[in-house]
Design a protein around this ligand. Structure first.
Ligand SMILES: NC(=O)c1ccc[n+]([C@@H]2O[C@H](COP(=O)([O-])OP(=O)(O)OC[C@H]3O[C@@H](n4cnc5c(N)ncnc54)[C@H](O)[C@@H]3O)[C@@H](O)[C@H]2O)c1
Ligand SMILES: [Fe+2]
Length: 455
């Protein structure tokens, strides 16, 4: 068994006391660093050690308050967690595809066996919208639901998060859009992801379309962290190959964008690097063999780790563009990211060659990737950062080929764009919060170039 799959098949025992989120925690590491009297002994270190510690005095804040429980069949333990958090009336949010594939039934049965009579809302569309959220809020309020269980992909999870805002607040849900616009704790929420990609189970954000304006609303708050993320690889077996690959590439993009983000830190970097390694190794296998529980486990855990990385460090130009392209042409989030990723990385080579090179050296150093079929990850001595960074970019292209994914916008339903449309998408993307985290200066022209090249 190779490194990426070790330890993944054993059932993980749930913690006896799943911790609640602790909103308001604001102790800033930066202050501790500034006050520190310990002198930095730079001169006494060897140069490689010294470079490994470069930037280590930079302050950061890292939050990941969601309790994670991984293991085959853990989804059937959901009732215990609802009980621990004092829930009595569950609103279960899911979608019709998951009902059809019988993914959600074992969770409903487990809740019934645990003494709950869940109210099931299964009307979530892909890339969900405010109308859907409103319908679920009305049902949840009418039935006096006091906690939420979300079973599904990113669309279901994001819907459930905004439903939670609606259950706890009166008024127009648009008024709560934006970063830190919530003032109170929400109802306990338990998330069971059925795709391995978005990381929404551990993220503090939700994105929902407003059908009236065509805009995708971004909700970002400390209070949107779920109380529990229950990762059960068995639930992903029915996910078709194309969706497995597309959602997996969302997670790969979270790794590679958060790793070079302006606000990355050593904790988010460690998560992104290890999650990236697991994804390059496991995604082709999970795509080709949906019932391979080892590969499903690796993608599910890696996607969760990538979620922790990006919710702390941010994403970048690829996500900024994918949000506007997806909003306009209805393309799948992960697939759009996949197609744009090599072009976004090309733009960032100028600012981030050193970090991409570090990523490449981590992958090529493990020695396991040539066996899977990656030529770009053959280990090489004496290779400079730019050459190593370019090999990582080629490795992303190889991963997409191994997963049989298309590589151009025209292949995923985006029509040929004229000069004005290109400018419009680029300008909308420049206002997307994701762009703030992209390394280096990014201009409208850069974004137009990416869109042109990716077509
Ligand atoms: N909040 C965040 O942190 C965050 C991050 C990234 C993306 N997102 C959002 O997530 C959404 C995309 O989510 P997604 O990529 O997970 O896809 P999705 O939730 O839209 O699901 C896509 C399709 O896959 C089906 N499906 C899901 N799991 C299945 C399974 N196990 N078996 C069979 N079919 C299954 C669903 O029924 C659906 O038809 C977008 O709206 C995006 O904006 C949110
Ligand atoms: Fe994403």
């Amino acid at each position: 068994m190779d490194i990426a799959f070790r330890h993944l098949s054993s059932r993980t025992v749930p913690s006896a006391h799943p911790c609640m989120t602790t909103p308001g925690a604001n102790s800033c590491y930066a202050d501790d660093v500034r006050k520190s009297k310990v002198p930095l002994r730079k001169n006494s270190l060897s140069s490689s050690l010294s470079s490994a510690m470069a930037g280590m005095t930079q302050g950061f804040l890292f939050r990941s308050p969601t309790t994670v429980n991984f293991g085959v069949d853990t989804a059937t333990g959901v009732a215990d967690f609802v009980t621990l958090h004092g829930g009595s009336k569950v609103l279960l949010v899911t979608d019709k595809g998951l009902v059809q594939h019988k993914v959600v039934q074992p969770v409903i049965q487990a809740l019934v066996d645990g003494g709950f009579n869940p109210v099931v809302f299964d009307d979530v569309p892909p890339d969900s919208d405010l109308n859907c959220v409103q319908r679920a809020v009305e049902i949840g309020k009418k039935e006096d639901c006091d906690c939420i269980v979300a079973v599904g992909g990113g669309s279901v999870i994001d819907t459930a998060k905004v439903v939670n805002i609606g259950l706890c607040n009166d008024g127009d849900l648009r008024d709560f859009e934006g970063i830190n616009c919530l003032t109170d704790r929400l109802k306990p929420m338990f998330v069971i992801p059925t795709t391995a990609g978005t990381g929404s189970e551990v993220s503090a954000v939700a994105m929902i379309r407003d059908l009236e304006t065509g805009k995708k609303l971004l909700y970002g708050s400390e209070f949107l962290y779920a109380n529990m993320a229950i990762l059960d690889p068995q639930l992903l077996v029915s996910l078709p190959p194309k969706l497995t690959a597309a959602t997996g590439m969302d997670a790969v993009t979270h790794c590679l964008e958060s790793f070079v983000s302006r606000t990355s830190n050593c904790l988010s970097d460690a998560l992104a690097l290890e999650a990236g390694t697991m994804l390059f190794a496991s995604l082709p296998r999970a795509t080709g063999h949906g019932d391979d529980i080892e590969a499903r486990s690796a993608t599910l855990i890696a996607s969760c780790m990538a979620g922790m990385a990006f919710t702390n460090a941010g994403v970048g130009v690829v996500h900024a563009l994918a949000h506007s392209v997806g909003g306009k042409y209805g393309t799948h989030h992960g697939l759009t990211n996949a197609v744009l990723l090599p072009f976004g990385m090309k733009l960032n080579l100028a600012s981030s060659a050193e970090k991409y090179a570090k990523f490449w050296r981590h992958l090529s150093g493990s020695g396991m990737f040539t066996e899977i079929g990656y030529e770009s990850f053959v280990s090489k001595d004496h290779i400079d950062d730019l050459a190593a960074a370019n090999l990582l970019l080629n490795g992303v292209r190889e991963l997409m080929k191994l997963c049989k994914l298309p590589s151009r916008l025209k292949d995923i339903g985006v029509p040929e764009l004229g000069k004005e449309e290109l400018l419009e998408i680029a300008e909308i993307s420049m206002t997307d919060p994701a762009i703030m985290f992209n390394p280096g200066e990014t201009t409208v022209d850069d974004l137009v170039t990416i869109l042109r090249e990716a077509f």
